[in-house]
Design a protein around this ligand. Structure first.
Ligand SMILES: Cc1cc2nc3c(=O)[nH]c(=O)nc-3n(C[C@H](O)[C@H](O)[C@H](O)COP(=O)(O)OP(=O)(O)OC[C@H]3O[C@@H](n4cnc5c(N)ncnc54)[C@H](O)[C@@H]3O)c2cc1C
Length: 302
């Protein structure tokens, strides 16, 4: 017999987990399917803007996030100015108050999953990849087929299905919903780097505002690992990125030259300004990156 719930969420990234938590806290039974067997480590999000803090408080996760961000927060906006392009901090009027909170995506998801584990109405199934979403017309229920990490097929039935399965959403594709908008002629390279930014007065999530060498720089651990993101043209290959990286870091990093750093992870991401033509088809809804992909904040900094 298929597993039943009022709401089935496909995708256990930050959006799916947060939504599942809020629904379960509202006494709505929710099942969440996540393709990965454990929360993945990646080079994606780390900065949370103050506008979302009230939502974190409503969900009861703010204190844990604040604790996780301790020592990582209080970033600044920096400019490269003058003929020598020195890196200088923005005056307080430009800097945002209160500042953004830095909690890397993996840690953020772990905290949400911990809270979700305490709510009775929520079931989180890791290692369950949704393969098919059956949107039968006029039906009061939606059927979803998932494949487990061991290759078994599992059937689910829910009154509503929510696609929180990211930019390449299978839910969106199976629902036949198109994305509208544009993909920018740039890509964002996100790296995890060991470098002593803190020795030069850098803490928290820092925006470097500069036409060419813009980026986001922030600590992701308390032992010297920093995430440094910057832009390159869309047609750059991995080999091109490897070649340009020292020049980028030379323009972006404070401190004496030659720079002494160690890159631990590096991944390029497309820069999109895309939105689903609709967020709902029958009993299937889209949220998060499945519904809108927008990574142009960095590109607006220049
Ligand atoms: C380099 C980079 C830096 C960023 N920095 C920031 C930042 O500092 N602050 C910020 O707010 N945002 C940032 N973002 C954007 C942010 O990462 C995304 O908006 C966010 O991850 C969207 O969350 P999501 O849950 O919608 O999707 P995702 O994070 O993509 O999660 C989707 C989940 O669905 C799962 N999934 C996919 N298909 C299936 C399937 N068929 N069945 C089951 N599960 C499935 C995936 O495994 C994944 O866990 C950044 C993005 C990038 C690329």
């Amino acid at each position: 017999m298929p597993h039943q719930s009022t709401i089935l969420i496909i995708g256990g990234g930050p959006v799916g987990l947060f939504l599942a938590l809020r629904l379960a806290q509202s006494n709505i039974s929710v099942t969440l399917l996540e393709a990965h067997s454990s929360i993945p480590a990646d080079t994606k999000a780390m900065t949370h803007m103050p506008a979302v803090f009230p939502e974190f408080k409503k969900a009861g996760v703010y204190n844990d996030l604040e604790k996780a961000a301790k020592g990582l927060t209080n970033g600044k906006i920096w400019f490269r100015r003058g003929s020598d392009k020195s890196i200088i901090a923005a005056p307080p009027a430009v800097a945002s108050t209160p500042g953004p909170m830095t909690v890397p995506q993996q840690r953020f998801c772990e905290i949400l999953a911990k809270h979700l584990g305490r709510v009775p109405n929520a079931k989180v199934l890791m290692g369950h990849k949704a393969k098919n979403v059956n949107l039968e017309k006029d039906s009061e229920r939606v059927q979803v087929t998932a494949e487990t990490a061991s290759g078994a097929t599992v059937e689910f039935v829910a009154s509503w299905v929510i696609g929180a399965d990211g930019g390449k959403s299978i839910t969106r594709r199976l629902a036949g919903i198109d994305m509208q908008g544009e993909t920018l002629p740039r890509q964002l390279v996100s790296t995890d780097v060991r470098y002593p930014f803190e020795s030069y007065g850098w803490t928290g999530g820092n925006f470097l505002a500069d036409r060419e060498n813009f980026g986001l720089i922030g600590p992701i651990t308390e032992n010297g690992l920093w995430r440094v993101s910057f832009g390159v043209p869309a047609d750059y290959t991995n080999a091109d990125i490897e070649k340009v990286l020292p020049r980028k870091f030379d323009a972006m990093f404070p401190g004496p030259r030659p720079l002494n750093y160690k890159v631990e992870r590096c991944a390029p991401f497309g820069a999109h300004q895309l939105c689903a033509e609709k967020m709902r088809k029958g009993r299937v809804l889209l949220v998060g990156d499945a519904a809108h992909r927008k990574l142009n904040l960095f590109f607006q900094l220049c």
